[in-house]
Write a protein that binds this ligand. Structure first.
Ligand code: ADP
Ligand code: MG
Length: 666
């Protein structure tokens, strides 16, 4: 047997993040790491409750099948000691046929552990009678023994120093059939596997009933292939009742007297931890505590039957009654007499595995990280597998648990992440829109540049000849006036073409260090603002040096001011601001005019888009401004409200320019 291998391990591929095993583990011997459950060997008491609770069958018990198969194949004389719960596991088989099958499998002797239980009961009775006033806890259940040694080390001294029925049986069969006999124990218990390891040489193998079924099946042994055989003596008496909770009290003839409360029996995960805590605190007046980890051994994890606890008890009682009536009391007494002087004593040594509580500040810090800064936030919902948030935080501190196990905390985080995702999705959609817009404008710019370039030369010729024509005529002649008209209109065309080239960024800018405040002041002061418009200028005080082409930026500024004034035919307020934001230098122009409808907002930067009368607007102001700001690697943004129902109408254009342009402009 390899004592390095843990009794129970997780099949990682099957394990899902449900924490059922954490919740069901009385020893808190399960570590969750990266969402996977791992059984910690040193903390495990072998109750295998995690195996029973896992709905994914992701927990595996260390198997002894191969070992026992090899033992039988070796030809060594071997006895099988059957735990008293066997009639519950194999109700379909007549006990005599079952004994025959086991002999067929290769066991020379088939004996019942229940006789060992009878002997142990006798020893318990004597122990209690000889030590009045001393408080004892039964030591028949190996998971309970392990739990006490690890988590109530002070109670190890109260464990009855008597071997378990399994070990008592092994000693008896060896005394009867030979010291070299190999003994295999078969039962419903997983913890017995580790108990056997602590007594080397006494028990060669421990198999669960599930494993015994596997052995029979793989060897092709069935009731059809086997004959009836007798169990080998010694035969038991009331020890057959051990697997029912309180069975030890009955067979030891300790009456559970309500008045004296001297003897008390309790079983099951929900009760035993509580009972031991009370026993240790001295809250219990019982002198003898008979305690089992499972709800009676017949509910043990090594059983395959799915029947209810009560039907299992009924089935055991049926067998007990039958076998009790069959035994000859005198034979039983002789056997007891014969083996009562063997050594049934044992000892226990505490190995403290209790978790010392971490410093309060550490717990507080962990709870805060889980979004529980005040005690009211501690919901103690148990979803993590721990009863309280503080227990969970303690386990995190000791590296046994993760903060993600906290369901309310994880849900909260998921909600935040979903919100963040939604907001970045919105941001992405906006950026996509802006990208589409700038792509559209870029291709329009290309087209405009092509047309403008082609028109520029013929326009020059038209201008030249119209000037020549005007020079050649009388100043008051009609042809002179016509030639002048041609010159004027051709000039206008030239300006438009120039604007188009600007929009298409074909005009090379000349950058120089400029104080934006001065630039804005110089232009704004010389501006003819209509009397019904209140102008206002605000600088945020700091120096606003920026590397730009001052002429081009003045042009942008002028276009924005002109548009603002034209949007307020009935007057209003016009505010110009300069400021800085991060590493950027900005200016904005705000008016209280008509505003821009949502529909038009998408089009205003397109060349030739205008809502103004023919001859009044060219639809190039914003297109050109856009081109200039792009060349400066800046941004031009608009905010506007045209719907009086939503509040005061008006528009703000903001221009953002990088302060250090040289490297940004690469
Ligand atoms: P134009 O001024 O020649 O019409 P622009 O490119 O300067 O061309 O402007 C395009 C259109 O954008 C304008 O016709 C107008 O509809 C709208 N617009 C621009 N600025 C404003 C503003 N401050 N208030 C309202 N509408 C504006
Ligand atoms: Mg304009």
């Amino acid at each position: 047997m390899n004592d390095i291998t843990p009794l129970v391990k997780t099949i990682t591929e099957k394990c899902r993040t449900c924490y059922t095993c954490v919740r069901g583990c009385p020893a808190k011997a399960i570590r969750i790491s990266s969402g996977q459950a791992e059984v910690i060997k040193e903390r495990c008491i072998g109750c295998a409750n995690c195996v029973l609770m896992c709905s994914r069958q992701a927990k595996e018990v260390r198997s002894s099948v191969a070992e026992v198969r090899a033992l039988l194949a070796s030809g060594a004389e071997t006895a099988i000691c059957l735990a008293p719960s066997f009639p519950v596991e194999f109700p379909e088989l007549d006990p005599l046929r079952f004994a025959g099958m086991l002999k067929n499998l290769g066991f020379k002797y088939v004996t019942e552990v229940a006789f060992g239980a009878d002997m142990v009961s006798l020893k318990y009775r004597r122990l209690v009678n000889e030590n009045p006033g001393k408080k004892y806890i039964s030591s028949a259940c190996p998971a309970i023994v392990s739990y006490i040694e690890k988590y109530h080390p002070a109670l190890a001294a109260n464990l009855a120093p008597i071997v378990s029925p399994m070990l008592a049986s092994a000693r008896i069969v060896k005394a009867r059939y030979g010291a070299n006999l190999k003994v295999v124990f078969a039962g419903p218990c997983v913890a017995k596997k580790d108990e056997a390891l602590r007594h080397p040489g006494e028990i060669t193998g421990v198999i669960t009933f599930r494993e015994l079924r596997e052995l029979l099946e793989t060897a092709g042994v069935s009731d059809a292939t086997s004959l009836n055989a007798h169990f080998d003596p010694p035969y038991p008496s009331k020890g057959v009742l051990y697997p029912i909770g309180g069975g030890l009290l009955t067979s030891s003839e300790f009456e559970e007297d309500l008045m004296s409360g001297k003897f008390l029996s309790t079983e099951g995960l929900e009760n035993f931890t509580d009972a031991l805590r009370n026993f240790e605190h001295g809250d219990m007046d019982a002198d003898f505590l008979d305690i089992l980890c499972c709800n009676g051994c017949l509910m043990g994890p090594g059983m395959t039957t799915k029947s209810s606890r009560y039907s299992r008890q009924a089935s055991l009682r049926r067998y007990a009654k039958k076998s009790y009536h069959k035994i000859k009391i005198s034979d039983w007494e002789d056997a007891i007499q014969k083996y009562r002087n063997l050594d049934y004593s044992t000892g226990f040594k505490p190995e403290d595995k209790r978790i010392t509580p971490p410093p309060a500040a550490e717990i507080k810090a962990i709870l805060e990280r889980m979004g529980k800064p005040v005690p009211e936030d501690e919901l103690n919902c148990g979803a993590c597998g721990y009863q309280t948030c503080v227990e969970h935080a303690t386990a995190i501190y000791r590296g046994l648990a993760e903060s993600e196990m906290c369901l309310p905390h994880t849900i909260e985080r998921l909600k935040t992440t979903a919100k963040e995702l939604a907001s970045s999705y919105g941001q992405l959609a906006k950026t996509k829109q802006a990208l589409l817009q700038s792509e559209k404008l870029a291709s329009m710019g290309q087209l405009a540049a092509g047309v403008a370039h082609e028109l520029n030369n013929p326009l020059g010729v038209v201008l030249l000849y119209s000037h020549l024509l005007a020079d050649q005529c009388q100043k008051d002649s009609r042809i002179f006036k016509d030639a002048q008209m041609v010159t004027e209109q051709a000039d206008r065309c030239k300006k438009i073409v120039g604007g188009l080239l600007n929009f298409a960024r074909k005009n090379k800018p000349f950058f120089k260090k400029t104080d934006l405040r001065k630039l804005v002041d110089a232009h704004f002061k010389g501006l003819p603002v209509p009397a019904n418009i209140r102008p206002d200028i605000a600088h945020d005080g700091a120096e606003l040096d920026v590397e730009v082409d001052p002429d081009q930026i003045t042009q942008v500024f002028s276009n924005l001011i002109t548009n603002a004034i034209e949007a307020m035919p009935a007057g209003g307020s016009l505010k110009v601001s300069t400021f800085q934001q991060g590493g950027y230098i900005c200016f904005s122009v705000t008016d209280s005019g008509t505003g821009i409808s949502e529909e038009n907002k998408k089009k205003i930067f397109e060349p030739f888009f205008t809502t103004k009368q023919i001859g009044k607007g060219t639809g190039l102001g914003l297109a050109v401004s856009y081109g200039i700001i792009k060349v400066h690697k800046g941004k031009i943004m608009v905010e506007s409200n045209a719907d009086i129902a939503k509040g005061a109408t008006g528009t703000t254009f903001t221009v953002v320019l990088p302060r250090q342009t040289a490297e940004v402009r690469q």
